[in-house]
Design a protein around this ligand. Sequence first.
Ligand SMILES: C[S@@+](CC[C@H](N)C(=O)[O-])C[C@H]1O[C@@H](n2cnc3c(N)ncnc32)[C@H](O)[C@@H]1O
Length: 252
Amino acid sequence: VSEPLRFYGELARWWPLVSPVEDYAEEATFTASVLRDATGGPLQTLLELGSGGGHVAWHLGGLLPGDVSMTLVDVSPEMLEVSRARNAGAEHLAGDMRDLRLGRSYDAVLVHDAIDYMTSEDELRAALTTAYVHCRPGGGAVFVPDRTRETFEEEADHGGSDAPEGHGVRFLEWAWDPDPDDSWFLVEYAFVLREADGRVRSVHETHRCGVFDLATWLRLLTEVGFEPETVDEETTEDRVPRTFFVGRRPEP
Ligand SMILES: C[S@@+](CC[C@H](N)C(=O)[O-])C[C@H]1O[C@@H](n2cnc3c(N)ncnc32)[C@H](O)[C@@H]1O
């Protein structure tokens, strides 16, 4: 498994073509409603950890109250650059969700699909702790893993799109699990990248992703101090609905 990932590094400029912002509309609408329900009191400040290209955040900006202020954190400076171009009004900070400590608290904290990069219980606990310490008492955190152990299936998918400037990407994404008894699986990505002048290259990259069962999620959320709950996603997208994990930080 290559570290750091080229997908979120030198290849970050291809992100809007690999995972177009329009594709997040329905999921972001559902995420906004879960965030509102998770947060007691006002939702004026939001921290997103692992915000990537800022595609979910861009939708949330239009779905949450107009005065919501967003802090977007990612470990990759290149992905932050992509997000800055789309979310000019948001604060962007480099940081690792496992140990970030901003010394501030937010009404709500979101960790969308980036939580998939936590591959052990210790890493997941560290990310949940980061969310907890940045959540004000009475506020809430929402975590959206692509899969839980209960919903995991080995699968392959493909996609891609073209930019108006003439460059384009096509890719294959293939999830498989060498050992269903541990907490991680692999995703093989094969990208074919075509520049506007017709030059084409291909890149293969393996991502190691975490997968945890519901009981583990709920236990870890409780351990770090949250009152946990699950919300089943309602979606018309052609995929397994996600399980949203909600943690409410109790008032003292
Ligand atoms: C699939 S992308 C997120 C895309 C995002 N949901 C969007 O709307 O554009 C996953 C992101 O997680 C980030 N990431 C992975 N591990 C991280 C960590 N430990 N801390 C912070 N960000 C991390 C990667 O750099 C990448 O940008």
